[in-house]
Design a protein around this ligand. Sequence first.
Ligand code: ASP
Length: 439
Amino acid sequence: MKHKKSKAKMSMTSKILIWMVAGLMIGSFINNFAADTPWVQDYLVFGLFHVVGAIFISMLKMLVVPLVTFSLICGVCGIGDISKLGRVGGKAFALFMLTTALAITLAIALATFFAPGQGFELATAATSTFTAPVAPPLSQVFINLIPSNPVAAYAEGNMLQIIFFTILFAVCILMIGEKGQPIIDMAERLNDVMMQVVNVVMHVAPIGVFALMAKTFSLQGIDIIVPMLGYFAVLVLALCLHMTGTLMILLKILGKVNPLTFLRKMRTAQIFAFSTSSSNATIPVTLTTAEKRLGIDNPTASFIVPFGATINMDGTAIMQGVATVFIANVYGIDLGLTGYLTVIMMAVLASIGTAGVPGVGLIMLAMVFNQVGLPVEGIALIIGVDRLLDMIRTAVNVTGDAAITTIVARSENSIDMDIFNDPEAGSIEDMHLPHAEKV
Ligand code: ASP
C-alpha cells in the first residue's frame, strides 16, 4: 500500500519535469522551423501557449498573498515569543546578506579570471539601445517598508509591506491574549484551505510549465547565445558553483544536514522558478517544499521563505558581478578594487529593495552601473540572453532562500530531521475530490 502511494507521489514531480522538457523541445522546434509560419505563431505561440502559460502564472500569483498572510499569522502566533521572532529574522537577514555577498564575490572572481568581453566587437553588437528603468533610492526602500495603506499593499502584492503589516498584526493578536485565540484558530483553518488550494494548482502544473517553456523557447532561439558565449558560460558556471558549492558547504557546516538530500527535494521548486522566472510566484511551492519536504516548522518557514523571495537574490547578484566585469571589459574600463567593492555592496543593498519578479535583475544592474560609472547602455548588449539567464538565476535564488531557511531552522531546532531525511516525505499527494455520495 505504502509502495503504491509513493509511486503515485513520485510521478507528479517527474511528470512536471517531462512536460518541461517537452515544452522546451517543442518551443525550440518551432523557433527553428516554424518561426515564420503564421498559424503556428497565432494559434500556438501567441494563442494556446500564451493563454495557458499566463493563466498558470496568474494561478500561482493568486496563491501568494493569502498563503503568505495566513501562514505568517499562524507562524508568528506559533512562535509566540517576540524575542525569538527577532532572533530568527536577524539570523535570516544576516545569512541572506552573507550569501549574496559570497555569490557576487565568486562571480567577480570567476569573471576576472576568464575575462569575458575582451575583444568583443562593440560596433556590431550594440545595435539595440537600452533605457535604464529607474531604481528606487535606498532611503525610499526603508520608507517603503511601512504600508501607509495595508489594503493597497495587499492589492499590489507588495511583499515587504505585507510581511511588515502581517507580523505587526499577528504580534498584536498575541498581545490581546485569550481574546485573540479565535482569530488564531481561524487563521489556522484558512491556512489549511490555502495549502489545499496549492495542492490543487500543483495538479495542473505540468500543463502550465509546458506552456511557459514552449512559448519562451519558441520566441527565444538558443543560437542567440553564440555571440555571447563567453558571458553566458561564465555566468552559468558561477551559478552552478554557488548552488552546488557555496550553498552546499553552508548547509553542511552551519546547517549540519545532508546537502544532497536538500538538493533532491528542491527539484520541484527549482523547476517552478525556472519556468516562471519569478521567486515571488514560486513562494507557494518553496513554502510547501520547506514545510512538507524539508520538515521545517510552519513558524520558521512562513516567515523566512517570503522574506527571502523578496530580499535574497544570490543568482541575480551573480549576474550583476559577471555583467559588470563583462561590460567593463567591452568598454575597456578598469574599475579597480574600489569599483568592485562598490559593486558588491550595491548588489547586496539593491537585492533588499527589489522584489523577486521576472527581469528585475536588469533594473538592479542599472543601479549598480550608475554607481560605479559604467555606461548603462551597455546593458543593451546582454539583454538578448537575459530571458534565459533569468530562468536559471531564479532557480538559484529560490534554492538560496530555502537553504537559509533550512540553516536557520536547524539552529533553532525547528526542523524535523525524520521528515528531512525521508525521501518520500511531502511529495505532492493524490487529490481527494469530494464525491456526491459523501455529501
Ligand atoms: N527573476 C528573478 C527572481 O524572481 C529576479 C531577477 O534576477 O531578475 O528571483
